[in-house]
Design a protein around this ligand. Sequence first.
Ligand code: TXA
Ligand code: MG
Length: 317
Amino acid sequence: MKPSPAQHAEIQAAVAALRRGECIGLPTETVYGLAADARDPQAVTRIFALKKRPADHPVIVHLPRSARLSEYAASVPEAARKLARAFWPGPLTLILPRAGWVPDIVTGGQKTVGLRMPAHPVAQAVLQAFGGGLAAPSANRFGRISPTRAEHVRAEFGESLPIILDGGDSEVGIESTIVDLSGPTPRILRPGMIGREAIEAVIGPLADADASPAPRVSGALDKHYAPRARLRLLPRDRLGDDGIFRVLVLGEMPGGWEGLSLPAEPVAYAHGLYAALRELDGEDGREIRVETLPEGAAWDALRDRLRRAAAGSGGES
Ligand code: TXA
Ligand code: MG
């Protein structure tokens, strides 16, 4: 799907804003990003201010299709090239040793940089026209649910973010898989819809997640991706009939309950999850009861997000 002529004009305006050092709301296939010029430390500082995110957390640099990894990374191991060939453009972020010029504010002062080539046609159109990398975390306030629609980004930032490009529903629906290739053995820092098996099929066995001290990854904080209301994970037979709550169930919605259902299939579930959580997170603060997910590796990233959402829910984050 190519951007329409009307979108083309909006993309030009967005690129002009980026050149002035401003932030924009950018659609990607995973979630919407809050993007700024990765070469401009002042522009990236504005991202942190808008998100109210601690300034020592690194952000991912999004690359145009034409970019070369060696522009951004001091060294590029063969495994990184293989993963980029297999999965880019797409929902995979590679952590590599940073090139010397990459600003500290982008890397959180670490010796590594996170790189991703998004597949969304609007994101790629912006990146190509801009002609450089864009630093972009998810376009939500720190600790909150990532946005998968332009209206979610508007709800997070209102008038403080004048330009939000509308690229429709994010197709994947949860954040990219992050693979750290800066150490001796590659490992997953954040699970995503590109699963461990798919990655190991390309580069061989990965290290266990906790094999060495992890660099700072805010997506790895125990409390993250959280609604305002309390969120609890419960098996279907314990979702309960007590109290006032809304449910998020798998498959068919049982009669008599208020809430939403998502398909009992991981790709479709991921696509709908964050919009569903935002909808269930009502003004009345009613508890959200989410049906426990099935076993199996295909659900790993979703189990991870819901566990953190539960930990951070209820205004305790
Ligand atoms: O799908 C995604 O990755 C979305 C879209 C917008 O691309 N972005 C996203 O960004 O989820 P953010 O900032 O919400 O999460 C990025 C994660 C953070 O947990 C951050 O700490 C980690 O990537 N990260 C970035 N650079 C890193 C680095 N050099 N080393 C370790 N972790 C890094
Ligand atoms: Mg985020």
